[in-house]
Design a protein. Structure first.
Length: 725
């Protein structure tokens, strides 16, 4: 401990370790009472001891150790000892000698050697980092080569108009920023990350199995069985009685599916119409950001629709399940959970599925576009692909659901309901003046009654399952989903704790052996995620077309010329009447514009037909889907097979408990037999004999051991005598 000047020292303490000078405390024995200097521990002449050992050392430690002065010398870590001293003072040189410190010159040499060695190590690290950086930059440069072609204004890729009549031709370099942003999520690491997430899902489920077994054993639920009361045969319903309920179930589910697709179709129409309207804007900057603006606003509308329909679907799932009249409560819960999950997952993932797999697939090509209401063209993906739009869609919907529905609603709605109940109770209490207990202070149970009733854990499970779907289903297009899920769960744990403790009534304790149907749902999502990621990588990203071009069509074996390879040619004279641009800033004699597709050029005998490159890319995409799916499934099954469902320690514990149980049963059976043979009066004798059985065994083994020792010693004497003779 460092000496404190406000205390009086009664003994001398000195630290002899040089490396612990900062903690050294040197106090000289003084008489109690206020000393010189206003009651300080040291006299004026002896404060140099404390300054050298404590303050000066701390000051040196706070400075950078390896700072080099202009002349190339390393500053000394030990100050030059001062020879100035007065009567009663102790010089620094004396302290250094007393503490066993090395001279300043030797210490400087050691520090200089250490400093030079550190510089060499840092130099090697810098050289190594430079080599790695150069290699990484070369790889990134080769992968970014086709994006640089898109951003190169000298290549002069003039693209066909994005809408009829009002839209003008445009340069491919105008979407350079979008192409660079899409590369962050559409690169070679996407495939490896998707396979890793498939393995992570398998490990997650296996870990939960092991955790569940441990919890079952800890909570004594291993042998628990649900013993539900079933209805009598006279009260049971036949299939004819249940038929109307099943018909209403099926029709209601189909109606909700239609509502979901209608909402998605409405948002698609919004995107098409708003895109056409905003394209009429004469402002060039507004036209450049039309695609991003339309995508963002459409996703926000999708989010609002998803939040509203989620609340409706939960109530409808409970209502149509009650019409089935299930036999048991567990059956009712399983049916409600399954219906609610199907409706809510379809509601959450339908907009993402549209952008990932259907947008731009049926738009047609210049001169033969597909129209909606005979005036508006179907949506197209940008030349950089639709993956960046899938990323925006996933990010906004996932974050919106987590922040608004999972966090804000869970706290705000119970608080509002609590305030409303409190207001009703106060209003009813003021109206009832004859009540004698109206003036008494509210008790704890009165306050708890105003809280929100406990509705079970199904909503919490549903949130986690939908979040698990966002993390696994489209992780190839949105790799940041696991990070956002982690941050959300860290926050939601605390919010749920506050909600269950302060905003909800105390729930009834019910034992549950496992999570039930939720595990099957998680397992199904994990398997379906493999298929989804395979199709996202194959058909949504540009991974397969890039690989096909690099290994089949590139003359140099790199990505040079890939952008030109993916753009087809269109003759502007082949526009349908009334669809060509009216006012254009480009040359009116422009004959050729480009569009993203694999089609034959207009000078080919089969103009505007799908080219051979299209079929080769399609074959490669389908082959990759099969390969990726089988590889991911095989690795997932291998991981599940390698990880046992029960920990080894738990297995050994169960074996020990089973052995103890068998011993107990055998002992009880022996007691019963002993009691039956000798009568009730000798029952205690039988127990006593059984109790001393182990002691008798120990005595027998001890006698046998002593007998063996004696016999071995006598045999050794006989052999010794014989050998001597």
């Amino acid at each position: 401990a460092i000496c404190n000047y406000s205390f009086h020292c009664t003994a001398m303490q000195m630290c002899l370790d040089v490396t612990e000078l900062k903690k050294a405390c040197v106090c000289f024995q003084e008489e109690p009472g206020p000393g010189p200097g206003g009651g300080l521990c040291f006299a004026d002449g002896r404060r140099r001891v404390d300054y050298v050992l404590v303050y000066h050392c701390k000051r040196r430690q706070s400075q950078h150790r390896h700072s080099v002065v202009s002349n190339g010398n390393v500053p000394s870590q030990t100050p030059t000892p001062s020879r100035r001293s007065t009567k009663g003072d102790i010089s620094e040189a004396v302290l250094e000698a007393g503490l066993g410190m090395e001279p300043a010159n030797e210490l400087q040499d050691k520090i200089r050697e250490e400093f030079e060695r550190r510089l060499q190590e840092e130099g090697l690290e810098i050289e190594h980092d430079k080599e790695v950086c150069i290699c990484v930059c070369m790889v990134m440069f080769r992968m970014l080569e086709h994006y640089q072609e898109m951003c190169d204004e000298h290549l002069n890729f003039t693209m066909c108009p994005l809408c009829d009549r009002v839209c003008d031709y445009w340069q491919l370099s105008s979407i350079c920023s979008t192409a660079r942003a899409s590369y962050l999520f559409d690169n070679h690491a996407t495939v490896g990350f998707a396979i890793f997430m498939s393995l992570w899902a398998a490990v997650f489920l296996e870990h939960w199995k092991r955790r569940q077994r441990c919890l079952q054993h800890s909570w004594d639920l291993t042998g628990m069985e649900d013993d539900e009361v079933r209805k009598l045969a006279s009260e049971s319903l036949s299939w004819t009685d249940r038929l109307p309920g099943y018909c209403i179930n099926i029709s209601s589910i189909l109606l909700m599916v239609g509502v979901t697709f209608s909402a998605v179709s409405g948002v698609i129409l919004y995107r098409i119409i708003v895109f056409a309207v905003m394209s009429m804007n004469p402002d060039h900057e507004a036209k450049a950001n039309v695609r991003v603006t339309v995508t963002t606003t459409a996703v926000i509308i999708n989010l609002l629709v998803v939040l509203v329909l989620d609340e409706i679907y939960g109530a409808i799932a409970a209502w149509i399940t009650e019409l089935e009249i299930p036999k048991t409560e567990s059956t009712y819960e399983e049916h409600v959970i399954l219906k609610a999950f199907l409706l809510k997952s379809m509601n959450s993932f339908a907009p993402v599925f549209y952008v990932a797999f259907f947008k731009g697939r049926f738009a047609g090509h210049p001169g033969d576009y597909v129209y909606v209401f005979k005036d508006f063209r179907m949506e197209e993906c940008s030349p950089g692909g639709c993956l960046i739009e899938v990323c925006i869609q996933l990010g906004i919907i996932m974050l919106g659901k987590q922040l608004i529905q999972n966090n804000v609603f869970e706290i705000a709605i119970p608080k509002l309901k609590k305030m409303y109940r409190t207001y009703k109770e106060e209003k009813a209490g003021s109206a009832d003046e004859e009540d004698k207990d109206s003036k008494r202070e509210p008790q704890r149970w009165d306050l708890d009654y105003d809280l929100e009733p406990y509705e079970g854990l199904s909503p919490e499970y549903m949130e986690m399952v939908i979040q698990y779907g966002f993390v696994t289903l489209f992780v190839a297009s949105f790799p940041l989903a696991p990070v956002f899920a982690l941050l959300n769960n860290v926050i939601e744990i605390r919010l749920d704790a506050a909600k269950f403790v302060t905003e909800i009534r105390r729930p009834d304790a019910v034992s549950a052996k496992e999570i039930g149907i939720w595990y099957n749902i998680l397992s199904g999502i994990s398997k379906f995620a493999v298929i989804t990621n395979a199709f996202v990588i194959s058909f949504t990203s540009e991974f397969i077309p890039r690989m096909v071009y690099q290994y089949l069509y590139s003359e140099t074996g790199n990505m040079h010329g890939y952008t030109n390879h993916t753009l087809a040619y269109f003759n502007t004279s082949n526009f349908k009447p009334g669809t060509a641009p009216h006012d254009t800033d480009f040359d009116r004699q422009l004959r050729i514009c480009r569009y993203k597709d694999y089609r034959d050029p207009p000078w080919s005998p089969e103009s505007y037909q799908l080219s051979k490159q299209y079929w080769s890319v399609l074959a490669a995409r389908l082959a990759f889907v099969i390969f990726f799916q089988n590889l991911a499934m095989f690795l997932s099954m291998l991981v599940a097979w390698l990880i046992p469902d029960m920990p080894r320690s738990l297995k050994e514990q169960l074996k020990r408990e089973k052995a103890l149980l068998m011993d107990l049963l055998l002992t009880e059976e022996a007691d019963k037999q002993c009691t039956q043979k000798s009568g009730g009066g000798k029952r205690r004798v039988c127990k006593t004999r059984r109790g001393h059985k182990s002691e008798r065994g120990k005595k027998v083994w001890m006698c046998l051991f002593l007998f063996g020792m004696c016999s071995s010693i006598s045999l050794w004497d006989v052999m010794h005598v014989c050998l001597s003779w």
